[in-house]
Design a binder for this molecule. Structure first.
Ligand SMILES: Nc1nc2c(ncn2[C@@H]2O[C@H](COP(=O)(O)OP(=O)(O)OP(=O)(O)O)[C@@H](O)[C@H]2O)c(=O)[nH]1
Ligand SMILES: [Mg+2]
Length: 328
């Protein structure tokens, strides 16, 4: 439980390879974290000592909008600048975009052979927030590995993609010309999370309308106190048209975050969320890991059926036993 406890032996050598910058070690470390194997907290504790360094960019928006294509185009540009790039594609479990994984694989295939790029896709496993349960740890791990640019894709419409704000510095919301997208964005709360809007598939009819709608909506909101004016950009991911401008906007946003002090505020906020998550996960482990809780629960179920107890009284008994057990 204590993250400073000695690492299991196999993890010691993994740590060494990881710190030596071996990509195979990064891949193995990610699996370690995803499977939550023994010692994974200790491993993270040892590698996360440098704090966040990477430029973290999240792309989100409705299925099929071109997020993967944009990430591929952005990754090429970053590679041209000799930046090392990490890509995390969070695959939805939603049946509507069952083809996404295959599509991503094909589009990202030629990227995958570039040694300066590390790609990982993860399943959401039905978790809320559009991010897989351990994806924040995986992003932290890539950061710690020294990848300077992290591009994270999450799919969602409505509230499901809001989790991305808890993992990145800059949120890019990708919309397409298909009717109503601008309006959808406003309804779905995307206006609140977007640092940058992109109207992708600008080669299709209707792009100017969505572009105009978004600009108008953002203008109406302009009364807010932020000094960052959310830009709206047009792109054609398939030809990389507008992608250099997108990367510029991302970098400008990062500069704004830095200079305004907002970056530190966001990073602190993220850290607070992570501490709570880790603590709650540990507590859950303590709560249901021992036998006592289950024994009281089982006994309580009969009493509930007989009208002798309620879920509340059984829960209170479980907590009482837990605290008594850990009081010393
Ligand atoms: N015409 C046109 N097609 C595009 C553009 N960008 C992407 N596409 C196509 O749109 C489809 C979806 O692109 P993806 O990059 O997979 O979109 P995505 O948002 O990652 O999709 P999901 O991961 O399934 O949500 C693919 O067939 C792309 O080739 C564009 O700018 N113009
Ligand atoms: Mg995709």
């Amino acid at each position: 439980m204590d993250p400073t406890d000695p690492l299991p032996k196999a993890l010691g050598s993994l740590l060494e390879s990881f710190q030596a910058g071996k990509k195979t070690a990064l891949a193995r470390a990610i699996s370690l974290i995803e499977d939550e194997r023994p010692g994974f907290q200790g491993f993270l504790h040892r590698v996360l000592t440098l704090g966040p360094r990477a430029r973290r960019v999240g792309l989100t928006g409705p299925p099929g909008g071109g997020k993967s294509s944009l990430i591929a185009a952005l990754a090429y540009l970053c590679r041209a600048r000799e930046e090392e790039v990490g890509v995390v594609a969070v695959d939805p479990t939603s049946p509507y975009s069952g083809g996404a994984l295959l599509g991503d694989r094909i589009r990202m295939n030629d990227l995958a052979t570039d040694r300066g790029i590390f790609i990982r896709s993860m399943a959401t496993r039905g978790s809320l927030g559009g991010l897989a349960a351990t994806s924040k740890e995986v992003i932290d791990l890539m950061d710690a590995f020294g990848l300077a640019r992290l591009l994270i894709e999450t799919v969602g419409v409505g509230q499901t993609e809001l989790g991305i704000t808890g993992a990145v510095d800059t949120v890019v919301v990708v919309l397409v010309p298909e009717s109503g997208d601008g309006i959808q964005a406003m309804k779905a709360g995307l206006m609140e999370i977007a640092d940058i809007f992109v109207v992708n598939k600008a080669d299709r009819p209707g792009a100017d309308r969505v572009f105009g709608d978004l600009r108008a909506a953002l203008h109406l909101r302009a009364g807010n106190t932020s000094r960052w004016a959310v830009p709206v950009l047009k792109t054609v991911a398939s030809t990389a048209e507008g992608v250099p401008e997108l990367l510029d906007a991302v970098d400008q946003h990062r500069e704004y975050l830095d200079e305004s002090g907002e970056l530190r505020i966001r990073q602190r906020g993220r850290a607070a969320v992570r501490v709570r998550e880790v603590t709650e996960r540990s507590l859950r482990g303590i709560l249901w890991g021992g036998e006592a809780s289950d024994v009281i629960l089982e006994a309580g179920l009969d009493e509930i059926q007989q009208g002798l107890a309620t879920p509340y009284s059984v829960s209170a008994s479980i907590l009482k036993a837990l605290f008594a057990e850990n009081a010393t």
